[in-house]
Design a binder for this molecule. Structure first.
Ligand code: UGA
Length: 447
């Protein structure tokens, strides 16, 4: 079979792998996906998608026969030359990224020999490419090339981020291998950055760490705004209009969560430390993010006094809207803190049904609507800015509640409307009204 007509392999059908595979198929490639999880592969063969991601199901259905699924490395290696690696790299107890799954892939592929190209999509520490090449050499394997092709997709906007990215980064040891990866993505119009493997690996970490830094920065500005009577939402608009700063990732709130920022910022700090550099700025970014969740509890205490016996409703639990992902979600720490203070916590999230995840939310009552969550509550905390919370009838909410306090952890609600319904409203670095009673002229881009 001519090389360009052979299917592309994708190893690992988690978030990144599945979206990458479906998008490659959408671009016209035949794709074979491998995962060691048989149940997941069975589901995918039946068209069942294990994650919630807008637009993914439609693209997967369109791709039809161009997408195949297997648990067999023999089948994968038989059919494919180019193999994207998208296995997860969770944090290890030391804070370094755990590369055991990547190592397993290298052993499986290396053990089968042949002319192949590994394309790393997983977020891996700088130096991983060199390590993989050294490992293959130690195994006596020749003919396997390696490129780094980091992903920059956001959950909830993943398909769009892959098909309409700001850039494609390709790190290569060999120009021909880089060309192969570049051709696979040639259906996409964007800047392509061709560089060394180590530089590509660093671009990924540096990008996530910078975005996390922006969030912690605006969160600290928000905290100062509360002391000086300024409004962080308008500050963010005023800052963001400077094209050197830009409006994105300047939404103050209760901090960043998810499977990427917390892990990657920690891993970059660790990586720097391992090579003898103390990355001071990232320490502050991480600490600010931790404290930001706790400040919400302090804010609530200012309003309602001791929390023992108080009923608190959480609106939203996922780490951001349009996903069912609860990894490192601010809600987990927040719910645990509230429970530790003796509050009774009820929560509603459109993607987290009652009875699910007692491991993450012990003692928290999950219900099926926002109005059920606020029933008899003394206070409400908006944790995730799901669009339906923007449509809530706050007078109806007020009628169901015992108390009248709203803390808007995402500065998402119309503070004036909430206050008009008889609530005390607290945002993060904002009173809900902007200076002069105006709303910001340009909304900051959230993500
Ligand atoms: C993030 C990056 O945005 C992607 O570019 C990257 O590819 C991905 O990590 C990854 O490394 O895989 P994601 O974690 O899906 O994507 O979510 P974001 O939209 O970046 O949000 C992360 C967190 O920051 C959320 O908790 C969100 O609520 C918070 N955030 C975001 C803010 O608090 N303020 C903002 O202005 C923006």
């Amino acid at each position: 079979m001519p090389q360009q007509q052979r299917p592309v392999g994708v190893i690992g059908v988690g978030y990144v792998g599945l979206v990458t595979a479906v998008c490659l198929a959408h671009l016209g490639h035949e794709v074979v996906c491998l995962d060691v999880d048989e149940a997941k592969i069975d589901d995918l063969r039946r068209g069942r998608i294990p994650i919630y991601e807008p637009g993914l199901a439609e693209l997967m259905a369109d791709a039809g026969e161009r997408l195949a699924f297997t648990t067999s490395y023999d089948e994968l290696c038989d059919r494919c030359r180019v193999l994207f690696v998208a296995v997860d790299t969770p944090p290890s107890p030391s804070g370094d990224a755990d590369l055991s799954r990547v190592e397993r892939v290298v052993r499986e592929i290396g053990g089968r020999g042949g002319d192949r190209l590994l394309v790393m999509k997983s977020t891996v520490p700088v130096g991983t490419g060199d390590r993989v090449m050294a490992e293959l050499e130690a195994m006596g394997v020749e003919g396997i090339g390696y490129c780094s092709n980091p992903e920059f997709l956001r959950e909830g906007a993943a398909v769009d981020d892959v098909l309409r990215p700001d850039r494609i980064v390709i790190g290569e040891y060999d120009q021909h291998d880089g060309d192969t990866v570049s051709e696979l993505w040639s259906g996409i119009e964007t800047e392509v950055v061709r560089t060394s493997v180590a530089t590509a690996e660093m671009i990924k970490y540096a990008s996530n760490a910078f975005l996390a830094t922006k969030i912690s920065f605006i969160n600290e500005i928000a905290n100062v705004c509360e002391h000086v009577g300024a409004d962080v939402r308008t500050v963010a608009v005023g800052m963001g209009l400077d094209h050197r700063i830009g409006p994105s990732f300047l939404q103050a709130g209760i901090g960043y969560g998810g499977s990427c920022f917390p892990k990657d910022v920690q891993a970059l700090k660790q990586l720097a430390g391992n090579s003898g550099y103390h990355f001071q700025l990232l320490n502050a970014v991480i600490e600010v993010n931790h404290l930001q969740k706790r400040r919400v509890v302090a804010k609530l205490q200012e309003r309602v006094g001791r929390l023992r016996g108080k009923r608190v409703a959480l609106l939203g639990l996922t780490f951001k809207p349009n996903t069912d992902d609860l990894r490192e979600a601010a809600s987990i720490v927040l719910a645990a803190r509230l429970r530790a203070e003796g509050a009774k916590v009820t929560a509603f999230d459109p993607m987290v049904p009652p009875g699910s995840r007692p491991d993450l939310f012990p003692g928290v009552k999950l219900v099926t609507s926002a109005l059920d969550a606020v029933d008899g509550a003394d206070a409400v905390i908006l944790v995730t800015e799901w669009p339906e919370f923007g449509q809530l009838d706050w007078r109806a909410v007020r009628d169901r509640m015992r108390g009248h306090h709203v803390i808007d952890g995402r500065n998402y609600l119309d503070g004036a409307a909430v206050a008009a319904a008889g609530f005390s409203y607290d945002g993060i670095g904002t009173t809900g009204d902007t200076l002069g009673g105006e709303t910001p002229l340009v909304a900051g881009e959230r993500s």
